[in-house]
Each structure stands twice: as structure tokens, then as C-alpha cells.
Design a protein around this ligand. Structure first.
Ligand code: NDP
Length: 297
């Protein structure tokens, strides 16, 4: 068997176009653009790339982008004060503080200061709690993007066995909550899980969010299963001195067994920013008390 490739890049492009249409409609109704603020502290090269790309995508979607770049030695109190200003700014619908923050800052404290109704990353405990109890809130972008790809591929997920490998607050835990809400039978695996290959072999849906290159092997996959690979790992390429990106799944092996699989790159990665824009737009509609049909986006 050769798995169908789940094209996250194409899906994300469609989602971004839909966000763009709705952003224009929002501007007409509200008399202002939806706005997303992104805060970067320090000069971490990967974070700089993410922030640049988020700003560019925000503008492309017809939304206002507010970028705040602070030096690495910024005092925590100054970052908290900026977040408070953004909380109070009516032009800002969504606030994203790029992680990781420098070591002298308490990430949880910063996240807790973001107004929950502007927390478009969905990291605030209020939004994590809303997800856990099934209330509307903001769901972290990467797992929500994974769920969109799964529903697009499989339709109704009810009753399927899902194994999520990884239990981070950013990916694994919210992913498991989302799948549970879709009535999957969910197992969360992690570094202490015994007989991981056997656990994964039960799954109709495998979501790998580990951060270990090509850890999930082809013979861990149940024939026909759907495999979502969240991992982004850089490993040495065949060509001397070069590197390449791989996921947490051994793609070449798993694609022989799975029914469908996301590639790396071009699978989950492009979904994250598209869902961020989606969350920011939803926030804008909510802030203006404007109707947005639940299936609009
Ligand atoms: P974390 O490091 O926060 O979490 C990794 C999880 O994997 C932990 O729960 C850990 O278990 C578990 N784990 C580690 N080793 C093993 C093992 N040998 N067997 C089973 N489980 C293991 O990572 P994130 O959740 O933040 O990210 C995971 C991956 O996804 C990374 O590659 C990251 O780059 C990528 N990512 C991609 C995004 C995208 O846009 N596509 C966005 C976010 C992340 P334990 O809790 O026991 O330590």
C-alpha cells in the first residue's frame, strides 16, 4: 500500500484565502481591520523567521499586523506592561508572544497576563480549561490545524482509536482534547509509555508530536491508519554540510503502510500560521459582536 499524501500546504492556502474573504467582510462591517499583534523578545533566529512570516501572512490576509520587537535584556515588567497595553488596545484582536522567552522571564506569568479573549495561541489556562470542558474559546493553532486535516480526510472521527504521542501543553494535550471532543477513543503516549510500538499499532489515527527525528517506524503503523506528523527536526543531509527537515515519523516506511500521511515539510507546518490567522479573525468578529457562522471557517 502507498499512503495518500495529506497536502497541508494546499489546505492551508485555502484556509488563508477564506480568512482573507472574511477579513474583508469584517472590515466592511466593523469599519476597521482585524488586528494581530506579535511580540518577539530577543534574537533567536528561528523565532525571527516565524515572526516575520506571521507578520507577512497577516498583511496578506488583509488584517493589520502590529509587530513589537524587544531586546533580549528587556525587563519582565516591561514586557508585562506591553501586554497590558495591547490588552487595552481596541485595534488589537489577537496577541501572540513568541516563545521561547529569554530565561529571565516567566513564560507562564506572561501568558497569564494576555487577556483570554485575545489569546489567539490558546495557551492561557482559561482557554485550556474551556477546551477541557467543551466551551468556546481559543484552541492552540497546531493541534487545531491537525484536526482540520483529519476531518477533511476522514470526515466523522467518532469511535476511531487515536494515539497522540507527546503531552506538551502546546500540542499533545490539546490534540488529545480535540480528538476526545470528536468522540475518538484517545490514548496519550509519552516518554514513560511502555511498549510504544504496540500502543501505536492500535491506532486508526496517529499524531506524532515528540521532537525525535523519524522515531515512529513503519511497522508501528496499523495498515490503513491516518498519520499526522507534527515533528519538525533538522538532521544532516546526504550532501556534506547540508541539513534537511524530517518529522517524528519515518516517512518512507510509514507511507508504505498508512492509508494517509502528512509529509514534512508541507504537512502540519503550514497549517499553524493559517489557523493563527483564523483564530485572530474569530477574535475580531467576537470583539465587535458580529455573527460568524460556526462552519464559516
Ligand atoms: P515537547 O518537547 O514540549 O514535548 C515532547 C513530548 O514528546 C513530551 O510529552 C515527551 O514526553 C514526548 N517524548 C519525548 N521522547 C519520547 C519518546 N522517546 N517516546 C515517547 N514520547 C516521547 O515538544 P512539542 O510538543 O512542543 O513539539 C513536538 C514536536 O512538534 C517538535 O518536533 C516540534 O518542533 C514540533 N512542533 C511543530 C509545530 C508545527 O507548526 N508543525 C508547532 C509546535 C511543535 P514527556 O512529557 O514524558 O517528556
Amino acid at each position: 500500500m502507498t499512503a495518500a499524501v495529506i497536502d497541508g500546504k494546499a489546505f492551508a492556502a485555502t484556509l488563508r484565502a477564506r480568512v482573507g474573504d472574511l477579513a474583508r467582510a469584517f472590515e466592511e462591517k466593523a469599519g476597521r481591520k482585524a488586528g494581530l499583534a506579535v511580540v518577539l523578545v530577543g534574537e533567536d533566529p528561528a523565532s525571527q523567521v516565524y515572526v516575520r512570516s506571521k507578520g507577512k501572512s497577516t498583511l496578506e490576509a488583509g488584517m493589520a499586523s502590529f509587530e513589537h520587537k524587544l531586546p533580549a535584556d528587556t525587563a519582565e515588567a516591561d514586557l508585562l506592561a506591553l501586554v497590558e497595553r495591547l490588552n487595552a488596545d481596541p485595534a488589537v484582536d489577537g496577541i501572540l508572544v513568541q516563545l521561547p522567552l529569554p530565561a529571565h522571564m516567566d513564560e507562564q506569568k506572561i501568558i497569564a497576563t494576555i487577556a483570554p479573549d485575545k489569546d489567539v495561541d490558546g495557551f492561557h489556562v482559561i482557554n485550556a480549561g474551556r477546551l477541557a470542558v467543551g466551551q468556546p474559546g481559543y484552541v492552540p493553532c497546531t493541534p487545531l490545524g491537525c484536526l482540520m486535516l483529519l476531518k477533511d480526510k476522514l470526515g466523522d472521527l467518532s469511535g476511531l482509536d487515536a494515539v497522540v504521542i507527546g503531552r506538551s501543553n502546546i500540542v499533545g494535550k490539546p490534540m488529545a482534547q480535540l480528538l476526545l471532543a470528536e468522540s475518538c477513543t484517545v490514548t496519550i503516549a509519552h516518554s514513560r509509555t511502555k511498549n510504544l510500538p504496540d500502543v501505536v499499532r492500535r491506532a486508526d489515527i496517529v499524531v506524532a508530536a515528540v521532537g525525535r527525528p523519524q522515531m515512529v517506524k513503519g511497522d508501528w503503523i496499523k495498515p490503513g491508519a491516518t498519520v499526522i506528523d507534527v515533528g519538525i527536526n533538522r538532521i544532516p543531509a546526504a550532501e556534506e554540510g547540508k541539513t534537511r527537515l524530517v518529522g517524528d515519523v519515518d516517512y518512507a516506511e510509514a507511507a508504505q503502510v498508512a492509508g494517509a500521511i502528512t509529509p514534512v515539510p508541507g504537512g502540519v507546518g503550514p497549517m499553524t500560521i493559517a489557523v493563527l490567522l483564523r483564530n485572530a479573525l474569530v477574535a475580531a468578529y467576537r470583539h465587535e459582536g458580529l455573527e460568524l457562522a460556526p462552519d464559516a471557517i
